[in-house]
Design a binder for this molecule. Structure first.
Ligand SMILES: Nc1ncnc2c1ncn2[C@@H]1O[C@H](COP(=O)(O)OP(=O)(O)OP(=O)(O)O)[C@@H](O)[C@H]1O
Ligand SMILES: [Mg+2]
Length: 399
């Protein structure tokens, strides 16, 4: 069995550092570990103070590192399709060089590098795959199958397979437009199969957990909340929030006001992600580069705990459709029946029961939906939204 841990978060919060630290601690505990960066910026190598390549590079005992390289991945996974896309672009009048560049479609590089996860999982060579994911929720949205399917069809198949099978050769003759040959379709089918497999792995709560790295700043927390919501919606289990660069009490007068601001935001982090646990790491007075500092960061987050453990299991809340309404259900850590106060502002929903508060970012589908009721059932709080007015249908399996 291969455990998969995916770190995400806004740009610059410390994802790469925490991913590298996690991998190092795990390797030192004896897990055969690979840490994989899907980021084109190549900073994983900087963290370890080593050069890493687009294929796994041995870093130390039980430890391998790999930095995604877009053209390498595309050769590996997209070659045939890309050839077709670029011949299509050439046909539309783009010159060769530009067509080659343009055929690397948005999101494609990230997706291609994520395909490595499935490959490493299936190889059986590793006990743990740590992923330093590029700083965007887009990556994970691409992984949701309905979305990925649409994305795929929109961009790669300009003509659907069936239509093309019938009219393709004729269309090609008449317009000179290149039509995809069957090996392109085969490569496409194969790739789609791989995507599905990767999605299954990432959504498997026995294997995978997503961990959010953040800093105590308003915009960073907000974006982290939004990602958290989408992980739920697409079924990716979240087990830990790492609050990085927390200024220590002895930060000094110069940092005093900053530290105060950080401390003001700390409860919001708790309210936003509970019951998923939050671990803090201090703002160090030096860069997190090299094994010594990575170990220090790792210890700050995990102490003596196993970094590979699941820190939370389950879904903090669920959303589903019941006929004419959407239902959001939330498990309460207590059974008090005090009045529930809801307040909504744009996509934010604040739930307060007595002094307990939860601050959620609503999925897009609920943003315009009116709240029409709610109540307790055992220790589950249920909030109902009118489905009319909510855009589109809730995706299958989204809960
Ligand atoms: N707790 C910390 N204390 C001090 N410096 C830190 C800490 N965590 C990370 N850093 C430093 O902050 C910088 C950014 O960290 P890192 O590269 O891990 O962030 P990132 O989220 O991966 O960024 P990006 O989105 O650009 O990939 C690095 O120079 C790193 O050494
Ligand atoms: Mg990074």
């Amino acid at each position: 069995m291969t455990r998969i841990v995916v770190y995400t978060g806004k740009g610059g919060v410390g994802k790469t550092s925490v991913a590298a630290a996690t991998a190092l601690l795990a390797a030192e505990r004896g897990y055969r570990t690979i840490v994989l960066s899907t980021d084109a910026a190549h900073s994983l190598g900087d963290s370890f103070d080593r050069r890493l390549g687009p294929e796994p590079t041995e870093i130390g005992p039980n430890l391998w590192g790999q930095e995604s390289e877009v053209f390498h991945n595309i050769d590996k996974y997209w070659g045939t399709i890309q050839e077709y896309v670029s011949s299509l672009l050439r046909w539309r009048g783009l010159d060769d060089v530009l067509a080659e560049e343009m055929s690397v479609l948005p999101g494609m590089d990230e997706l291609a590098s994520l395909l490595w996860i499935a490959e490493h999982h299936d190889s059986g060579k590793y006990d743990l795959i740590v992923v330093d994911a590029a700083p965007t929720g887009e990556t994970l949205r691409l992984l949701s199958l309905p979305e990925a399917g649409r994305w795929w069809l929109d961009r790669i198949y300009p003509i659907q397979r069936k239509i093309a099978a019938v009219t393709g050769p004729i269309l090609g003759r008449v317009t000179g437009m290149p039509t995809p040959k069957s090996d392109v379709y085969d490569a496409g089918e194969q790739l789609f199969g791989r995507l599905e497999h990767m999605h299954d792995l990432l959504a498997d709560p026995e294997l995978t957990s997503v961990r959010i790295v953040l800093n105590l700043e308003r915009m960073v927390i907000k974006e982290a909340q939004r990602s958290f919501t989408y992980f739920h919606l697409y079924g990716y289990p979240t087990d830990l929030v790492v609050c990085n660069r927390v200024l220590p009490p002895d930060a000094g007068a110069y940092f005093g006001a900053w530290r105060e601001a950080q401390q003001r935001y700390r409860p919001l982090v708790e309210e936003s992600f509970a019951p998923v646990p939050v671990r803090d790491a201090p703002f160090f007075d030096e860069e997190v580069v090299g094994d010594r500092m990575l170990r220090t960061l790792g210890r700050a987050v995990f102490g003596e705990d196993d970094p590979v453990a699941f820190y939370y299991r389950g879904r903090p809340y669920t959303v589903r459709r019941e006929g004419e309404r959407f239902v959001l259900e939330l498990e309460l850590p207590f059974t008090s029946r005090e009045e529930v106060r809801l307040s909504r502002f744009a996509d934010e929903l604040v739930i307060a029961v007595g002094s307990w508060r939860r601050n959620l970012i609503l999925p897009r589908i609920l943003v315009d939906a009116e709240t029409i009721g709610g109540g307790f059932h055992d220790d589950i709080l249920r909030i109902e939204f009118a489905a009319a007015g909510a855009a589109g249908a809730l995706q299958k399996g989204a809960s």
